[in-house]
Design a binder for this molecule. Structure first.
Ligand code: MN
Ligand code: MN
Length: 464
C-alpha cells in the first residue's frame, strides 16, 4: 500500500499561507504595502494611467509616439485619451511568433455626475449622479465619498478636480432615511430601497444671499468659480467620478487581507503593471493592457472593444519594421494572453451562492477561469484544454499556487471580462486573476497571498 497516495492523486485545496516561509511572508506583506499605496492615489482610470505613466518613465519606458524605430528589449507605452494604456517590451523573437499579453481593467464601479448635476432642495445643494457599472445602490449611501476628474472648457482648458481624499479636505455623502421612519422603505425589494434617481450627493447648505432663489446652489457655484474658474454650463463637458473616500487598509488581526475600494480590477492591473515593469529582454514581445470601460461592457474608444489596440500593435509592427499585409492577424493568432480580472471568492456567509467544488478561496492562489459568461456559458470565451495545460505548466514549474474555478452557481447569474474580445482576434486566452469578497461594493476584500501569487505568475508568464 502507498501511504502517500492521497497526496499524489487528490487535488487538495489548502490555504496558501500553510506553505509560506517567513521570508516569503515579508515579501508578500511588502508587496501589498506598495499595492495599497498605489491604489490610494489611483482610484479612477485617469489617476491610474497618470501614476502608471510615472512608474513607466522611471523604469525607462518611452511614449511610442516619440520613438522612430523599435529594437529588441525596447520599452514603450501608448496612452489612449488619458483613460487606458498599452505597454510593450520588445522581444528577441520575430513578432510573427506571437506576443505574450496580460490585460486588466482600471475602471471600477462608481457614481458619475450627470451632465446637469447641480440643484438645490430645501436648503441643501446636491449633485445628481448616474451610477457606473453593476452596483447594489443601497451600499453607496452614508459613506464618505470623494470627487475626481476633469472639467474641459470650450477653449480646451482642462481643470483637474480632486477633493475628499486628504484629511484637511471636505468629503461628500448620500443620505439615507432613518430606520425610525423606514417601515415602507424596508419592505421594498433591495433593488428599490434606494432608487437610481435618489443617489444624490450632498454638497452644501449655506445660502449665498437670503433674498434670492436658488441661494445655496448659487453659493456652491460661487465657491466652484473661485476654486476652479468654472460656471454651471462647464459641468456639461466634464467627467467627474464619485468614489469612496476610504483608504486601502490591512484587514484582520493577522493583517492577511486588503480592504479597499476598486480592487476589481486594480488589484490585477497593479500586479500586471509591476510584472511588465520588471520584464527585461523577453523572448517574445510582452504587452500589458490596462483597459477602461470594462464595467459597462468594454464599449467606447477607451474600452477593449475599440480598434485602438490594433492601432497600437500596428505601430509596434511599423516601428520594428515587420509590418506587411495581414501581419497583425498572424501575430494575434500566435499570441497567448491572460485576461487578468478578479474572481468571486467563496464567502462562507453566503455559501448557497457557490458550488463548493468549483469556487475560488481567498488565500488559495491565482484563480483560473476557463470560461465566464452566464446561464450555460453564454457570452464566454471558453479556453481550450491545450491552452489550460500550457498555463498549468508555467504555474506548476514555478511552484505558484493556483485554483481553477467558476464564478458561482450556474443559474444565479454570471459575468464577463475582456477575454472574449481578445479571443475574437484569435489569441489564446484565459481569465487568470485574484479572488475578491464583496465584489463591486465600496469596500472590497482580497488576500495578500493571492496578490503576490498573481504578481509572481504574471512575471513568469512573460518569460515563456
Ligand atoms: Mn473586473
Ligand atoms: Mn467588475
Amino acid at each position: 500500500m502507498d501511504n502517500n497516495i492521497d497526496n499524489k492523486l487528490i487535488n487538495k485545496k489548502e490555504s496558501g499561507w500553510n506553505s509560506v516561509s517567513d521570508e516569503e511572508k515579508v515579501n508578500i506583506f511588502k508587496f501589498s504595502k506598495g499595492y495599497m499605496d498605489f491604489i490610494n492615489k489611483s482610484k479612477t482610470e485617469r489617476l491610474f494611467v497618470n501614476n502608471a505613466k510615472l512608474l513607466l518613465e522611471e523604469n525607462g519606458f518611452k511614449d511610442i509616439n516619440f520613438v522612430e524605430s523599435l529594437n529588441k528589449s525596447d520599452k514603450v507605452y501608448y496612452i489612449n485619451r488619458d483613460k487606458s494604456i498599452f505597454i510593450a517590451v520588445i522581444g528577441n523573437k520575430p513578432s510573427s511568433e506571437g506576443f505574450n499579453l496580460i490585460g486588466a481593467h482600471i475602471d471600477s464601479p462608481r457614481l458619475d455626475l450627470k451632465p446637469n448635476p447641480l440643484y438645490e432642495d430645501s436648503g441643501f445643494a446636491y449633485f445628481k449622479t448616474h451610477y457606473y457599472g453593476g452596483i447594489k445602490k443601497y451600499q453607496w449611501t452614508t459613506i464618505p465619498l470623494s470627487i475626481h476628474g476633469v472639467i474641459v472648457k470650450p477653449n480646451g482648458e482642462k481643470i483637474n478636480v480632486e477633493i475628499g481624499e486628504n484629511d484637511d479636505e471636505p468629503v461628500f455623502t448620500i443620505t439615507d432615511l432613518l430606520p425610525h421612519l423606514a417601515n415602507e422603505q424596508m419592505s421594498k425589494k433591495a433593488n428599490n430601497i434606494i432608487e437610481g434617481e435618489d443617489l444624490n450627493l450632498l454638497i452644501g447648505s449655506i445660502p449665498y444671499n437670503d433674498d434670492e432663489q436658488n441661494q445655496v446652489k448659487l453659493n456652491i457655484l460661487n465657491i466652484l468659480n473661485k476654486k476652479y474658474g468654472i460656471k454651471e454650463i462647464d459641468f456639461t463637458s466634464s467627467e467627474l467620478e464619485i468614489v469612496p473616500a476610504f483608504k486601502a487598509r490591512s484587514l484582520g488581526f493577522d493583517e492577511s487581507l486588503v480592504a479597499a475600494y476598486g480592487q476589481d480590477d486594480k488589484v490585477c492591473a497593479y500586479t500586471a503593471l509591476k510584472a511588465i515593469l520588471e520584464t527585461q529582454n523577453p523572448d517574445k514581445t510582452c504587452i500589458c493592457i490596462l483597459a477602461d470601460k470594462e464595467e459597462i461592457g468594454s464599449m467606447g474608444n477607451t474600452g477593449m472593444a475599440s480598434h485602438t489596440f490594433e492601432y497600437f500593435v500596428s505601430e509596434l509592427l511599423n516601428k520594428t519594421g515587420e509590418n506587411k499585409p495581414n501581419m497583425i492577424d498572424k501575430v494575434f493568432n500566435n499570441s497567448k494572453m491572460l485576461s487578468s480580472d478578479v474572481d468571486a471568492g467563496f464567502d462562507p456567509i453566503y455559501k448557497s451562492a457557490y458550488d463548493i467544488h468549483n469556487t475560488s478561496f481567498l488565500g488559495g492562489g491565482v484563480t483560473l477561469n476557463k470560461y465566464t459568461g452566464s446561464r450555460g456559458k453564454s457570452g464566454a470565451s471558453d479556453a481550450n484544454a491545450e491552452y489550460v495545460g500550457y498555463i498549468r505548466n508555467i504555474l506548476e514549474s514555478n511552484n505558484i499556487k493556483y485554483q481553477v474555478c467558476e464564478l458561482g452557481k450556474i443559474d444565479l447569474g454570471g459575468g464577463g471580462t475582456i477575454a472574449y474580445l481578445l479571443a475574437d482576434k484569435g489569441i489564446d486566452i484565459i481569465d487568470a486573476g485574484i479572488s475578491v469578497l464583496s465584489m463591486h461594493a465600496p469596500y472590497e476584500v482580497t488576500s495578500k497571498f493571492d496578490i503576490y501569487s498573481a504578481y509572481k505568475f504574471y512575471k513568469e508568464f512573460y518569460k515563456y
